[in-house]
Structure formats: structure tokens, C-alpha cells
Design a protein around this ligand. Structure first.
Ligand code: FAD
Length: 288
């Protein structure tokens, strides 16, 4: 789609050039990842675009501490990480599943970026699910040359709302090795086989050497992501009560179960409970 109000286009070639631009970025300037959302809807408030794709950020960097994913990494690159190449990190198996949960063609996945998915902040953002389930920590570059970190699950504060302010750039997401050593399960519900996620849940059971903790990320059925954590696999009743509490009543995460054309709140609630129990059961089998 043509963005007729956009008059400037910058493509910083390196970090220095980006850092110099950042203080000038107001709400009328957008950062460009893959553009699969930015160019898909009218953006009448925009006067300029700053393209992040020429920065040459290393897409994936693995070391003893874990895996760092650059914000500009495409979903296709992430989906292609071969679990067999990382035998110590079973959770790598979650990458492809989460990428496929974004129901776009392979063409879309080849340009859509991890950073764009997180910063767009859609409830059905599967990179948010992935990061939430694997304790992902975002590194953000501020306009004043500073940087700060925050759990990705705290960065997304509502539907298409993050805690980022104009001028801030999501630089990367770090997945710690401890989380990557866990076993994972992913479940999705949508109104049609190729529909947008109405509930997208990812669970992780830590390696026994790391304490066998259980983590459940609940996304798409809530206005913002939520994470439940347990010292071990909870029983079905406990998990169901905790999952229900995320969306029920005023104490829920951001005001009830999410409501949009991709699913009614009641149905989303029922699916979320069902998928949570499926994940608990699947990871319980793994633990036997
Ligand atoms: C067919 C189709 C299906 C889709 N299905 C889904 C779906 O199921 N779930 C879903 O979540 N989305 C979906 N989308 C929307 C979108 O394609 C994805 O969210 C995609 O991952 C966005 O990434 P991008 O790199 O293209 O972002 P862009 O369009 O480039 O940017 C998205 C937003 O993030 C900001 N941004 C980008 N990078 C950064 C950064 N590093 N730091 C700060 N801000 C940044 C931009 O300024 C913009 O506001 C779909 C799109 C299509 C076309």
C-alpha cells in the first residue's frame, strides 16, 4: 500500500548512523522491520520511515549463556534453525511451530521480523508467545544512547501497545540457555484451520538438572501475554484455576478474555483451558 504522507525514508547503514537518527524520531516516524504490517494498512500519521534492514545485525548468536536473536531476524530464518544442530537445547523445536502460527505465506515469513512481530504487539503475535515461554529478555536502545532490558512479556502491555516510546528501538531478544534446555509443547486454536490464533499457548518443562520447573505462556486469548510459573508440573485442577483467573473477573490480565473477530471471549476461555491441560498432559508424558 502506498503511504502518501511519508516524505522521508532513511536507511542507516550501521549502528552509529541509527544512533544519530534516534533522537530525531517522533511519533510521526516509524521504524521498518519487514513492513508486512506497516505497508498493509493506511498510516496517515506518518511523515517518515527508518529502515532497520541495512544494519547488518547478526541474526542469531549462540553461546553458553543462550541464544540472542536480533530484532531484524526474519521468521523464516528462525524457523530454519535445525533442532538437531542444538541437541542440548530441546526448546529450539518451538521456533518453527511459533513461526508457523503466524498464518502468512512463506513469502511473508521471509520478510516479517521477530522485532516487528513483538513491537506490533498483536495478541496473536507468535514471537511474543515464544519469548514469553522461554523467558526472553528484550534489549532496547534508547534515543539518548542508553539501553535497557526487560522481559518481553512485560514489554507488550495491550493489543498493539508496548512500553516502547518514540525513538526507542528493540535491538534483540535473549533466550537464556536454562530455558532452551527445557522440553516444550505448543497448542493453538483458531476459528478456521488457517485462521489467526484465537488462543496460542506454549509450555516449558525445565530439565531436571535445572529444577523441573513448569512455565506456561498464554497468548492470543488475552489482551496481553501472561506467564504462569510453577516449581514442578501442577495438577490439573490447580492449572485450570490459575488459567481461568488470568481472564476472569477484574483481576485478570488487562481486562477479561480478548474479543475480536477471531473468537468470542467465552470460546477463547474454553479453548485456553483445554489447550493448557493438553500442554500439561503432553509435558507430563515427557517427564515420565
Ligand atoms: C497474511 C498475514 C498474516 C499475518 N498473521 C499474523 C499473525 O498471525 N500474528 C501476528 O502477530 N501478526 C500477523 N501479521 C502481521 C505482521 O505481518 C506480523 O506481525 C509481522 O511479524 C510484523 O513484522 P514486520 O517485520 O513485518 O513488522 P513491520 O510491519 O515492519 O513493523 C511492525 C511495527 O513494529 C515496529 N517495529 C518494527 N521493528 C521494530 C524494532 N526493531 N524496534 C521498534 N519497533 C519496531 C514498526 O514501526 C511497526 O510499528 C500477518 C500479516 C499478514 C500479511
Amino acid at each position: 500500500m502506498d503511504l502518501l504522507t511519508v516524505g522521508t525514508f532513511a536507511r542507516p547503514p550501521d549502528d552509529l548512523a541509527l544512533r544519530a537518527l534516534q533522537p530525531t524520531l517522533g511519533p510521526d516516524r516509524a521504524l521498518l522491520g519487514g513492513g508486512t504490517w506497516l505497508f498493509s494498512v493506511p498510516q496517515p500519521h506518518l511523515a517518515g520511515i527508518v529502515d532497520l534492514t541495512a544494519l547488518g545485525w547478526e541474526p542469531l548468536r549462540a553461546d553458553d549463556e543462550g541464544l540472542t536473536i536480533a530484532a531484524t531476524t526474519t521468521l523464516a530464518t528462525l524457523a530454519d534453525v535445525d533442532p538437531a544442530a542444538h541437541p542440548a537445547w530441546p526448546a529450539v523445536a518451538l521456533f518453527a511451530g511459533c513461526c508457523e502460527a503466524l498464518v502468512g505465506s512463506r513469502k511473508v515469513q521471509h520478510v516479517a521480523t521477530v522485532g516487528g512481530n513483538v513491537c506490533l504487539g498483536l495478541p496473536a503475535g507468535p514471537m511474543i508467545t515464544l519469548a514469553a515461554a522461554l523467558d526472553g529478555v528484550a534489549t532496547v536502545w534508547g534515543p539518548d544512547d542508553g539501553r535497557w532490558t526487560a522481559p518481553v512479556v512485560d514489554l507488550v502491555v495491550g493489543p498493539q501497545r508496548t512500553s516502547l516510546v518514540p525513538g526507542e528501538v528493540l535491538r534483540s531478544i535473549h533466550l537464556p540457555a536454562r530455558a532452551l534446555r527445557g522440553r516444550t509443547a505448543l497448542r493453538k486454536a483458531s476459528l478456521s484451520p488457517l485462521g489467526r490464533s484465537a488462543a496460542l499457548l506454549a509450555g516449558r518443562l525445565d530439565d531436571p538438572a535445572d529444577g523441573s520447573g513448569f512455565t506456561l505462556a498464554v497468548t492470543a486469548s488475552l489482551p496481553r501475554p501472561a506467564v504462569l510459573r510453577y516449581a514442578g508440573l501442577p495438577d490439573a485442577t490447580t492449572l485450570a484455576a490459575d488459567v481461568a483467573a488470568l481472564g476472569d473477573g477484574e483481576d485478570g490480565v488487562g481486562g477479561g478474555w480478548y474479543d475480536d473477530p477471531h473468537g468470542s471471549p467465552d470460546w477463547r476461555r474454553a479453548m485456553t483451558l483445554l489447550l493448557a491441560e493438553e500442554i500439561r498432559a503432553a509435558l507430563g508424558e515427557v517427564a515420565r
